[in-house]
Design a protein. Structure first.
Length: 86
């Protein structure tokens, strides 16, 4: 659904995400209105158990180990150019 909205605006997903991340970095806040909904379902009581937390940490560690992570400071013009592949 989001992809159709972006396409109507002439954007692809990667460009929209880059715009979102850049705006978030510049403003130091998420550029969305977040609110609780009365119809939301809470997480199950065992959702944050030790095993799940441990597995999530393992997945995160593997992701960082197996991917190229770039540390960019989006307040610097050269890092912005690198982020947008300019």
């Amino acid at each position: 659904m989001a992809q159709k909205v972006f396409e109507r605006q002439g954007l692809d997903i990667s460009t929209a995400l880059k715009m979102f991340i850049t705006k978030t970095a510049y403003e130091q806040e998420v550029p969305l209105s977040l609110k609780n909904s009365e119809i939301t379902t809470p997480y199950p009581s065992d959702w944050f158990n030790d095993e799940r937390i441990s597995n999530r940490k393992k997945i995160t560690d593997l992701a960082f180990k197996n991917s190229q992570v770039q540390k960019l400071d989006l307040s610097k013009k050269e890092d912005i150019k690198e982020f947008f592949n300019d």
